[in-house]
Ligand binder design. Structure first.
Ligand SMILES: [Zn+2]
Length: 408
Protein backbone atom coordinates (compact mmCIF):
# COMPACT_ATOMS: atom_id res chain seq x y z
CA UNK A 1 0.00 0.00 0.00
CA UNK A 2 1.22 3.49 -0.86
CA UNK A 3 1.64 5.85 2.13
CA UNK A 4 -0.79 8.25 0.45
CA UNK A 5 -3.51 5.61 0.57
CA UNK A 6 -2.70 4.91 4.20
CA UNK A 7 -3.11 8.60 5.11
CA UNK A 8 -6.36 8.63 3.16
CA UNK A 9 -7.70 5.83 5.36
CA UNK A 10 -6.41 7.45 8.55
CA UNK A 11 -8.08 10.75 7.64
CA UNK A 12 -11.32 9.10 6.56
CA UNK A 13 -11.03 10.54 3.05
CA UNK A 14 -13.47 8.87 0.64
CA UNK A 15 -14.01 9.21 -3.12
CA UNK A 16 -14.22 11.40 -5.05
CA UNK A 17 -11.52 12.76 -2.70
CA UNK A 18 -8.16 11.04 -2.40
CA UNK A 19 -4.80 11.77 -0.81
CA UNK A 20 -2.43 12.45 -3.70
CA UNK A 21 0.71 13.68 -1.97
CA UNK A 22 2.35 13.47 1.44
CA UNK A 23 5.37 15.68 2.16
CA UNK A 24 7.27 15.39 5.37
CA UNK A 25 9.90 17.97 6.23
CA UNK A 26 11.96 17.49 9.35
CA UNK A 27 13.66 20.85 8.83
CA UNK A 28 10.45 22.87 8.73
CA UNK A 29 8.77 20.66 11.36
CA UNK A 30 5.81 19.97 9.09
CA UNK A 31 3.74 17.28 7.49
CA UNK A 32 1.83 18.45 4.41
CA UNK A 33 -0.95 16.30 2.99
CA UNK A 34 -2.51 17.16 -0.36
CA UNK A 35 -6.02 15.98 -1.15
CA UNK A 36 -7.50 16.10 -4.61
CA UNK A 37 -10.61 14.88 -6.34
CA UNK A 38 -10.89 12.78 -9.45
CA UNK A 39 -11.36 14.94 -12.56
CA UNK A 40 -14.91 15.04 -13.83
CA UNK A 41 -16.39 14.34 -10.37
CA UNK A 42 -19.75 15.74 -9.38
CA UNK A 43 -20.52 17.16 -5.90
CA UNK A 44 -23.77 17.82 -4.06
CA UNK A 45 -24.89 21.44 -4.41
CA UNK A 46 -24.69 23.07 -0.92
CA UNK A 47 -28.05 24.77 -1.48
CA UNK A 48 -30.34 22.09 -2.93
CA UNK A 49 -28.25 18.92 -2.66
CA UNK A 50 -28.50 18.06 -6.36
CA UNK A 51 -25.41 16.56 -7.94
CA UNK A 52 -23.57 19.20 -9.94
CA UNK A 53 -20.29 19.32 -11.89
CA UNK A 54 -17.22 21.20 -10.60
CA UNK A 55 -16.99 24.69 -12.06
CA UNK A 56 -13.66 26.03 -10.78
CA UNK A 57 -11.47 25.59 -7.69
CA UNK A 58 -9.77 27.61 -4.94
CA UNK A 59 -6.74 26.39 -3.03
CA UNK A 60 -7.31 26.04 0.71
CA UNK A 61 -5.25 24.90 3.70
CA UNK A 62 -6.41 23.47 7.03
CA UNK A 63 -4.41 22.89 10.17
CA UNK A 64 -4.79 19.27 11.29
CA UNK A 65 -3.86 17.34 14.44
CA UNK A 66 -0.13 17.22 15.04
CA UNK A 67 1.65 14.18 13.64
CA UNK A 68 3.76 13.40 16.72
CA UNK A 69 5.67 16.66 17.26
CA UNK A 70 5.18 17.81 13.66
CA UNK A 71 2.54 20.30 12.60
CA UNK A 72 0.23 18.78 10.03
CA UNK A 73 -1.62 20.62 7.25
CA UNK A 74 -4.18 19.51 4.69
CA UNK A 75 -4.25 21.16 1.27
CA UNK A 76 -6.93 20.90 -1.38
CA UNK A 77 -8.36 22.68 -4.37
CA UNK A 78 -11.97 23.08 -3.29
CA UNK A 79 -14.41 23.24 -6.16
CA UNK A 80 -17.36 25.50 -6.71
CA UNK A 81 -20.22 23.76 -8.47
CA UNK A 82 -22.43 25.25 -11.11
CA UNK A 83 -25.87 23.97 -10.11
CA UNK A 84 -28.41 23.90 -12.91
CA UNK A 85 -31.33 24.35 -10.49
CA UNK A 86 -32.97 27.73 -10.35
CA UNK A 87 -31.75 30.02 -7.59
CA UNK A 88 -28.57 28.02 -6.89
CA UNK A 89 -25.92 29.01 -9.42
CA UNK A 90 -22.21 28.84 -8.67
CA UNK A 91 -21.60 27.78 -5.04
CA UNK A 92 -18.61 26.56 -3.03
CA UNK A 93 -19.09 22.98 -1.84
CA UNK A 94 -18.66 21.69 1.72
CA UNK A 95 -15.63 19.51 2.32
CA UNK A 96 -16.25 16.54 4.63
CA UNK A 97 -13.20 17.18 6.85
CA UNK A 98 -13.82 20.81 7.85
CA UNK A 99 -16.51 23.26 8.89
CA UNK A 100 -17.37 25.92 6.30
CA UNK A 101 -15.05 28.89 6.65
CA UNK A 102 -12.74 27.23 9.18
CA UNK A 103 -8.98 26.94 8.71
CA UNK A 104 -8.91 23.83 10.94
CA UNK A 105 -10.02 20.26 10.30
CA UNK A 106 -12.98 18.91 12.29
CA UNK A 107 -10.65 16.60 14.22
CA UNK A 108 -8.42 19.51 15.19
CA UNK A 109 -11.46 21.49 16.33
CA UNK A 110 -12.73 18.52 18.33
CA UNK A 111 -9.40 18.40 20.13
CA UNK A 112 -9.54 22.16 20.80
CA UNK A 113 -13.03 21.84 22.28
CA UNK A 114 -12.00 18.90 24.47
CA UNK A 115 -8.85 20.56 25.75
CA UNK A 116 -10.53 23.93 26.31
CA UNK A 117 -12.46 22.45 29.23
CA UNK A 118 -9.25 21.77 31.12
CA UNK A 119 -6.60 24.10 29.79
CA UNK A 120 -6.37 27.89 29.46
CA UNK A 121 -6.78 28.96 25.84
CA UNK A 122 -3.54 30.96 25.77
CA UNK A 123 -1.61 27.87 26.93
CA UNK A 124 -3.26 25.81 24.19
CA UNK A 125 -2.34 28.51 21.65
CA UNK A 126 1.35 28.23 22.61
CA UNK A 127 1.20 24.44 22.51
CA UNK A 128 -0.15 24.40 18.94
CA UNK A 129 1.65 27.56 17.73
CA UNK A 130 -1.73 28.96 16.72
CA UNK A 131 -2.98 32.42 17.66
CA UNK A 132 -5.41 32.40 20.57
CA UNK A 133 -7.77 34.59 18.51
CA UNK A 134 -8.21 31.72 16.05
CA UNK A 135 -8.86 29.24 18.86
CA UNK A 136 -11.44 31.58 20.40
CA UNK A 137 -13.19 31.76 17.04
CA UNK A 138 -13.51 27.95 17.08
CA UNK A 139 -14.77 27.90 20.67
CA UNK A 140 -17.29 30.69 20.02
CA UNK A 141 -18.60 28.93 16.90
CA UNK A 142 -19.19 25.58 18.62
CA UNK A 143 -20.71 27.14 21.71
CA UNK A 144 -23.09 29.08 19.47
CA UNK A 145 -24.07 25.95 17.54
CA UNK A 146 -24.65 23.96 20.73
CA UNK A 147 -26.64 26.79 22.35
CA UNK A 148 -28.88 27.01 19.30
CA UNK A 149 -30.15 23.51 20.18
CA UNK A 150 -30.83 24.27 23.85
CA UNK A 151 -34.35 23.90 25.25
CA UNK A 152 -35.31 26.18 28.17
CA UNK A 153 -39.00 25.28 28.27
CA UNK A 154 -38.86 23.87 31.82
CA UNK A 155 -36.83 26.65 33.48
CA UNK A 156 -38.58 27.80 36.67
CA UNK A 157 -36.04 29.07 39.16
CA UNK A 158 -33.18 31.28 38.17
CA UNK A 159 -30.20 32.93 39.81
CA UNK A 160 -28.47 36.04 38.52
CA UNK A 161 -24.90 36.99 39.29
CA UNK A 162 -22.56 39.59 37.95
CA UNK A 163 -18.82 39.55 37.68
CA UNK A 164 -16.29 42.15 36.62
CA UNK A 165 -14.17 41.49 33.56
CA UNK A 166 -10.40 41.64 33.79
CA UNK A 167 -10.06 45.40 33.60
CA UNK A 168 -12.53 45.82 36.43
CA UNK A 169 -14.78 48.49 34.96
CA UNK A 170 -16.84 46.28 32.68
CA UNK A 171 -19.34 43.78 33.92
CA UNK A 172 -20.88 40.54 32.71
CA UNK A 173 -24.20 39.22 34.04
CA UNK A 174 -24.90 35.51 34.22
CA UNK A 175 -28.30 33.81 34.44
CA UNK A 176 -28.47 30.29 35.88
CA UNK A 177 -31.07 27.56 36.02
CA UNK A 178 -30.99 26.77 39.74
CA UNK A 179 -32.63 23.37 39.37
CA UNK A 180 -30.35 22.06 36.65
CA UNK A 181 -27.45 24.08 38.03
CA UNK A 182 -26.40 25.28 34.67
CA UNK A 183 -25.63 28.54 32.98
CA UNK A 184 -28.46 29.66 30.71
CA UNK A 185 -27.29 33.03 29.51
CA UNK A 186 -24.43 35.49 29.83
CA UNK A 187 -24.30 39.06 28.58
CA UNK A 188 -22.26 42.21 28.98
CA UNK A 189 -23.48 44.83 31.44
CA UNK A 190 -25.21 44.70 34.81
CA UNK A 191 -28.22 46.94 34.31
CA UNK A 192 -31.91 46.02 34.09
CA UNK A 193 -31.56 45.68 30.30
CA UNK A 194 -29.62 42.47 30.89
CA UNK A 195 -32.79 40.89 32.32
CA UNK A 196 -34.64 41.95 29.17
CA UNK A 197 -31.92 40.31 27.04
CA UNK A 198 -32.18 37.16 29.14
CA UNK A 199 -35.95 36.99 28.64
CA UNK A 200 -35.53 37.37 24.87
CA UNK A 201 -32.99 34.53 24.87
CA UNK A 202 -35.24 32.42 27.12
CA UNK A 203 -38.12 32.79 24.66
CA UNK A 204 -35.82 31.96 21.74
CA UNK A 205 -35.17 28.65 23.46
CA UNK A 206 -38.79 27.82 24.13
CA UNK A 207 -38.86 29.23 27.67
CA UNK A 208 -41.65 31.24 29.25
CA UNK A 209 -40.88 34.24 31.50
CA UNK A 210 -44.26 33.86 33.25
CA UNK A 211 -43.22 30.40 34.33
CA UNK A 212 -40.30 31.71 36.39
CA UNK A 213 -41.34 31.37 40.04
CA UNK A 214 -38.13 32.39 41.81
CA UNK A 215 -35.20 34.66 41.14
CA UNK A 216 -32.17 34.69 43.39
CA UNK A 217 -30.32 37.96 42.89
CA UNK A 218 -28.02 40.34 44.68
CA UNK A 219 -29.47 43.56 46.05
CA UNK A 220 -28.62 45.70 43.03
CA UNK A 221 -31.40 48.08 42.06
CA UNK A 222 -30.94 47.13 38.41
CA UNK A 223 -31.67 43.44 38.93
CA UNK A 224 -34.58 44.18 41.26
CA UNK A 225 -36.10 46.47 38.62
CA UNK A 226 -35.35 44.05 35.77
CA UNK A 227 -36.93 41.07 37.54
CA UNK A 228 -40.00 43.09 38.55
CA UNK A 229 -40.56 44.25 34.96
CA UNK A 230 -39.64 41.11 33.05
CA UNK A 231 -40.51 38.18 35.33
CA UNK A 232 -43.98 39.01 36.70
CA UNK A 233 -44.42 35.84 38.77
CA UNK A 234 -40.95 35.57 40.26
CA UNK A 235 -40.45 35.84 44.02
CA UNK A 236 -37.18 37.63 44.69
CA UNK A 237 -34.66 36.10 47.06
CA UNK A 238 -31.54 38.02 47.91
CA UNK A 239 -28.32 36.16 47.64
CA UNK A 240 -26.94 35.38 51.08
CA UNK A 241 -23.35 35.70 49.88
CA UNK A 242 -23.96 39.16 48.52
CA UNK A 243 -25.39 40.33 51.83
CA UNK A 244 -22.46 38.92 53.81
CA UNK A 245 -20.06 40.49 51.31
CA UNK A 246 -21.67 43.91 51.84
CA UNK A 247 -21.38 43.44 55.59
CA UNK A 248 -17.71 42.51 55.24
CA UNK A 249 -17.10 45.61 53.13
CA UNK A 250 -18.67 47.81 55.79
CA UNK A 251 -16.60 46.09 58.46
CA UNK A 252 -13.47 46.57 56.34
CA UNK A 253 -14.09 50.31 56.05
CA UNK A 254 -14.74 50.69 59.78
CA UNK A 255 -11.50 48.87 60.50
CA UNK A 256 -9.51 50.94 57.99
CA UNK A 257 -10.80 54.19 59.48
CA UNK A 258 -9.98 53.09 62.98
CA UNK A 259 -6.55 51.83 61.93
CA UNK A 260 -5.59 55.48 61.41
CA UNK A 261 -6.26 56.13 65.11
CA UNK A 262 -4.70 52.90 66.40
CA UNK A 263 -2.12 51.96 63.77
CA UNK A 264 -0.20 49.57 66.02
CA UNK A 265 -3.13 47.56 67.37
CA UNK A 266 -4.83 47.24 63.97
CA UNK A 267 -1.78 46.78 61.79
CA UNK A 268 -2.33 44.01 59.21
CA UNK A 269 -5.55 42.92 60.88
CA UNK A 270 -7.81 42.92 57.82
CA UNK A 271 -7.86 39.13 57.42
CA UNK A 272 -8.44 38.61 61.11
CA UNK A 273 -11.87 40.22 60.81
CA UNK A 274 -12.85 38.05 57.87
CA UNK A 275 -12.39 34.90 59.93
CA UNK A 276 -14.89 33.32 62.27
CA UNK A 277 -13.91 33.22 65.98
CA UNK A 278 -13.60 29.44 65.98
CA UNK A 279 -11.04 29.67 63.15
CA UNK A 280 -8.76 32.12 64.93
CA UNK A 281 -5.38 30.78 66.05
CA UNK A 282 -4.37 31.39 69.70
CA UNK A 283 -2.07 34.23 68.49
CA UNK A 284 -4.94 35.81 66.56
CA UNK A 285 -7.21 35.53 69.59
CA UNK A 286 -4.57 37.28 71.65
CA UNK A 287 -4.45 40.06 69.05
CA UNK A 288 -8.23 40.48 69.25
CA UNK A 289 -7.88 40.87 73.02
CA UNK A 290 -5.16 43.50 72.47
CA UNK A 291 -7.51 45.43 70.20
CA UNK A 292 -10.19 45.51 72.86
CA UNK A 293 -7.59 46.55 75.43
CA UNK A 294 -6.47 49.31 73.08
CA UNK A 295 -10.03 50.54 72.70
CA UNK A 296 -10.47 49.60 69.03
CA UNK A 297 -14.12 49.37 69.92
CA UNK A 298 -15.57 50.26 66.55
CA UNK A 299 -13.81 47.44 64.67
CA UNK A 300 -14.69 44.94 67.35
CA UNK A 301 -18.32 46.11 67.40
CA UNK A 302 -18.61 45.87 63.61
CA UNK A 303 -17.09 42.38 63.77
CA UNK A 304 -19.77 41.30 66.27
CA UNK A 305 -22.53 42.61 63.95
CA UNK A 306 -21.01 40.63 61.08
CA UNK A 307 -20.99 37.43 63.11
CA UNK A 308 -24.58 37.98 64.23
CA UNK A 309 -25.71 38.51 60.64
CA UNK A 310 -23.99 35.30 59.56
CA UNK A 311 -25.74 33.59 62.41
CA UNK A 312 -29.16 34.48 60.98
CA UNK A 313 -28.47 32.02 58.17
CA UNK A 314 -28.17 29.15 60.61
CA UNK A 315 -31.86 29.54 61.46
CA UNK A 316 -34.00 26.46 60.90
CA UNK A 317 -37.11 28.33 59.81
CA UNK A 318 -38.18 31.67 58.41
CA UNK A 319 -39.76 32.51 61.74
CA UNK A 320 -36.54 31.91 63.63
CA UNK A 321 -34.57 33.84 60.99
CA UNK A 322 -36.94 36.78 61.24
CA UNK A 323 -36.54 36.86 65.02
CA UNK A 324 -32.74 36.85 64.70
CA UNK A 325 -32.76 39.46 61.95
CA UNK A 326 -35.09 41.73 63.98
CA UNK A 327 -32.69 41.51 66.90
CA UNK A 328 -29.74 42.24 64.61
CA UNK A 329 -31.54 45.24 63.13
CA UNK A 330 -32.39 46.62 66.57
CA UNK A 331 -28.73 46.50 67.62
CA UNK A 332 -27.27 47.86 64.38
CA UNK A 333 -29.73 50.70 63.91
CA UNK A 334 -28.75 52.20 67.26
CA UNK A 335 -25.03 51.84 66.57
CA UNK A 336 -23.02 55.07 66.62
CA UNK A 337 -21.08 53.92 63.55
CA UNK A 338 -22.55 55.50 60.41
CA UNK A 339 -21.52 52.61 58.13
CA UNK A 340 -23.28 50.14 60.42
CA UNK A 341 -26.44 52.28 60.50
CA UNK A 342 -26.33 52.31 56.71
CA UNK A 343 -26.05 48.52 56.68
CA UNK A 344 -29.06 48.31 59.01
CA UNK A 345 -31.05 50.42 56.55
CA UNK A 346 -30.00 48.27 53.57
CA UNK A 347 -31.26 45.18 55.38
CA UNK A 348 -34.54 46.87 56.32
CA UNK A 349 -35.09 47.98 52.72
CA UNK A 350 -34.62 44.41 51.45
CA UNK A 351 -36.29 42.65 54.37
CA UNK A 352 -38.68 40.27 52.63
CA UNK A 353 -36.23 39.26 49.89
CA UNK A 354 -33.64 38.43 52.55
CA UNK A 355 -36.15 36.32 54.47
CA UNK A 356 -37.61 34.58 51.43
CA UNK A 357 -34.30 32.73 51.33
CA UNK A 358 -35.77 30.65 54.17
CA UNK A 359 -38.94 29.54 52.39
CA UNK A 360 -38.06 29.59 48.70
CA UNK A 361 -35.89 26.50 49.11
CA UNK A 362 -33.09 28.34 47.35
CA UNK A 363 -30.73 26.82 49.87
CA UNK A 364 -27.10 27.77 49.94
CA UNK A 365 -26.22 24.63 48.01
CA UNK A 366 -27.82 26.04 44.88
CA UNK A 367 -26.09 29.36 45.02
CA UNK A 368 -22.72 28.41 46.40
CA UNK A 369 -21.56 26.56 43.32
CA UNK A 370 -22.33 29.41 40.94
CA UNK A 371 -19.55 31.69 41.95
CA UNK A 372 -16.89 28.99 41.82
CA UNK A 373 -18.00 28.03 38.30
CA UNK A 374 -17.65 31.62 37.13
CA UNK A 375 -14.25 31.92 38.76
CA UNK A 376 -13.19 28.71 37.00
CA UNK A 377 -14.37 30.09 33.66
CA UNK A 378 -12.43 33.31 34.19
CA UNK A 379 -9.28 31.38 35.05
CA UNK A 380 -9.64 29.12 32.02
CA UNK A 381 -10.25 32.12 29.80
CA UNK A 382 -7.16 33.91 31.15
CA UNK A 383 -6.12 36.62 28.70
CA UNK A 384 -9.50 36.33 26.99
CA UNK A 385 -9.24 39.68 25.15
CA UNK A 386 -12.97 40.44 25.16
CA UNK A 387 -15.98 39.63 27.37
CA UNK A 388 -17.57 37.53 24.65
CA UNK A 389 -14.76 34.99 24.93
CA UNK A 390 -15.17 34.85 28.68
CA UNK A 391 -18.90 34.26 28.28
CA UNK A 392 -18.21 31.44 25.79
CA UNK A 393 -15.85 29.81 28.27
CA UNK A 394 -18.50 30.10 30.98
CA UNK A 395 -21.00 28.32 28.69
CA UNK A 396 -18.41 25.64 27.99
CA UNK A 397 -17.72 25.05 31.69
CA UNK A 398 -21.12 25.70 33.23
CA UNK A 399 -23.62 25.48 30.36
CA UNK A 400 -23.89 21.68 30.24
CA UNK A 401 -24.03 22.01 26.45
CA UNK A 402 -24.34 18.93 24.27
CA UNK A 403 -21.73 18.89 21.54
CA UNK A 404 -22.40 15.30 20.47
CA UNK A 405 -25.55 16.22 18.57
CA UNK A 406 -24.15 19.09 16.51
CA UNK A 407 -23.72 17.11 13.32
CA UNK A 408 -26.69 14.80 13.84
ZN1 LIG B 1 -28.54 23.60 -6.21
Amino acid sequence: MQPEALFGIALGIVPPWEVTEVNFSKESNRLDITIDFQRGSAFPCPVCGASAPAYDTTEKTWRHLNFFQYEAYLHAFVPRVNCPNEGCGVKQIQVPWARAGSGFTLLFEALVMTMARDMPVNVMARLFSVSDTRLWRVINAYVEMARAKEDFSDVKRIGIDETSTKKGHNYVSFFFDLDKRKLLFGTEGKDNETVKDFVADLKNHGGNPEQITDAAIDMSKAFIKGVKEQLPNAVVTFDKFHLIRLMNEALGKVRAEEARLFPDALKRSRFLFLKNPEDLTPEEEARMDTMVANQCYRSVEAYAHKLNLQNVYFAQSRQEAEALLTQWHKQTSKSTITLIQKMAKTVKDHWSGILSYFDSELTSGFLEGINSLIQAAKARARGYRNPRNMISMAYLIAGKLKFNKLYA
